[in-house]
Design a protein around this ligand. Structure first.
Ligand SMILES: Nc1ncnc2c1ncn2[C@@H]1O[C@H](COP(=O)(O)OP(=O)(O)OP(=O)(O)O)[C@@H](O)[C@H]1O
Length: 212
């Protein structure tokens, strides 16, 4: 049996006077994934943000390695890679500068060569010195995902990682996710496109539509 590293107990979320979901319980161990489904507005991003410790739940707790995430913010931050739905890039900075700044927040000093390699692997070798504002939506998404190549983290929480990506990039990101899982990483993601995470990794699907 896999030991649960991420544990959510009785999660509920209310926004304004709208109950998005309640009584959400999850357990995820090494090499396991959770795929959140649901219509627009079902509460997927809200749940991901709660799991990432960015929003407090209305009810319930999130535990990481048996301890509430609020009591171990710095350890949890170290173990977590969260990539949000909206491009979190500073528009006037280049992709290289954006990545360097994001990694610095994560406490990681990546070399210029490592950043260049990651961007090249994401097909952005020729775009690395352009300000983010001139990049296409898919290029921005690729740039955000390059962080996953540079930032070791046990738990990945990804909000619509395939958004705006072309077929080739989707396949590349799916391979990245499979490798992460094969190495014992945990993955929580949402996407309007069903991901292919391979036969070997164990996974769960949670549909938030109707979880009120
Ligand atoms: N801070 C907030 N204040 C008020 N309402 C909010 C707030 N944040 C989210 N909501 C509402 O909560 C609902 C769920 O939003 P959320 O972004 O979690 O949905 P989602 O399932 O990720 O949707 P999508 O598939 O469109 O990305 C929406 O109706 C949204 O307007």
């Amino acid at each position: 049996m896999t030991t649960a590293l991420l544990n959510a107990q009785g999660l509920a979320c209310t926004r304004g006077n709208q109950r998005l979901f309640s009584d959400i319980n999850l357990q995820l161990g090494a090499g396991q994934w959770l795929y959140l489904q649901g219509e627009n507005g079902a509460g997927k991003t809200s749940l991901l943000r709660i799991l990432a410790g960015l929003t407090l739940p209305t009810e319930g707790n999130v535990l990481w390695q048996d301890s509430p995430i609020g009591k171990q913010r710095s350890q949890y931050h170290q173990d977590l890679l969260y990539i949000g739905h909206h491009a979190g890039l500073k528009e006037d900075l280049t992709l290289t500068e954006n990545l360097r700044a994001q990694l610095a927040i994560d406490g990681i000093q990546a070399s210029a060569a490592a950043i260049r390699d990651a961007l090249t692997r994401m097909g952005l070798g020729k775009r690395q010195h352009l300000p983010a504002r001139v990049l296409s939506a898919g290029q921005k998404r690729r740039g955000l995902l390059a962080r996953a190549l540079l930032r070791p983290a046990k738990l990945w929480i990804l909000d619509e990682p395939f958004n705006a990506l072309d077929v080739q990039a989707i396949a590349q990101v799916q391979n990245l996710l499979k490798t992460h899982l094969a190495q014992g990483g945990l993955l929580v993601l949402t996407s309007h496109q069903t991901p292919d995470l391979g036969q070997d990794a164990a996974g769960f699907i949670l549909n938030l539509s109707g979880a009120r």
